[in-house]
Ligand binder design. Structure first.
Ligand SMILES: Nc1nc2c(c(=O)[nH]1)N[C@H]1C(S)=C(S)[C@@H](COP(=O)(O)O)O[C@H]1N2
Ligand SMILES: [Mo]
Length: 232
């Protein structure tokens, strides 16, 4: 006798809706628009390379010239400011958090883009679940071991593909690319992706970081070519 108690058991093929019904048309439109994906919309393939960008094969190194070496024994990540549950993690505790993998593209303001980088680390959304930002917290300042600072709106930090990564292509992130751990925010120019991440500070009022003070745009959306400052 067949057990019919399992609701997932196959019960024969569901009838296909007619190919051009109102429902299938609506579903195709939703798929095109990336509807029901939380956060930002998926982009059609022809829009993958943002305006003014060109593809490179190698992954260039860009920073202020001082590449700090932090041994895993001395590494810490602090999460401070407008949060219910501040964090101060050592390396083992950071590595014990829930892991997420994402394959995303890099777009640098200096016009190179590098496709299909496979990252692994802690999703910023999972971090937000742990620290619980307070109501007033609208912005996030990223502080790095080389003294670099960059700023993000909370909704950009919370993007569904944003990660605090420790690995690239299944290997530990190298020092030159920001290891032990860096932020990766794929939908913004790469200067927003702080290398050698040390502290994440939640704040009420926005505060421009290093490049944002030095002529770059505060928001940095590559598809809108937000390269240079939006301020006088
Ligand atoms: N801590 C820190 N993070 C940083 C920078 C920096 O100088 N210091 N430079 C930014 C810039 S301008 C870019 S383009 C990317 C470069 O990352 P990559 O060297 O891994 O390509 O890192 C960003 N993050
Ligand atoms: Mo950059």
């Amino acid at each position: 006798m067949t057990d019919t108690s399992d609701p997932h058991a196959p019960v024969g093929r569901a009838p296909e809706p007619p190919a051009d019904s109102k429902l299938t048309r609506a579903k195709r439109a939703w798929a095109r628009q990336g509807k029901f994906l939380t956060g930002r919309m998926t982009r059609p393939e022809e829009e993958r390379l943002p305006p003014g960008q060109h593809l490179v094969r190698d992954w260039p190194v860009l920073d202020l010239g001082m590449q700090p070496r932090i041994s895993l024994d001395h590494w810490r990540l602090d999460v401070t400011g407008e949060v219910e549950h501040p964090i101060s993690w050592d390396w083992a505790t950071f590595r014990a958090q829930k892991q997420t993998q994402e394959t995303t593209d890099i777009h640098c303001v200096t016009t190179w883009s590098h496709y299909d980088n496979r990252w692994e680390g802690l999703a910023t959304r999972d971090l937000l679940d742990l620290v619980m930002p307070r109501d007033g917290a609208g912005f996030v300042l990223l502080h790095s071991y080389d003294g670099y600072v960059t700023n993000l709106a909370l909704e950009d930090f919370a993007a569904e593909d944003a990660l605090i990564v420790h690995s690239w292509e299944d290997k530990p992130l190298t020092t030159e690319h920001g290891g032990p751990a860096r932020l990766v925010v794929p939908h913004l120019y790469f200067w927003k992706s702080a290398k050698w991440l040390k502290k994440i500070e939640f704040v009420v009022a926005d505060k421009r970081g290093f490049w944002e003070e030095n002529g770059y745009h505060n928001h940095a959306d590559p598809w809108k070519e937000e390269r240079y400052s939006d301020e006088e």
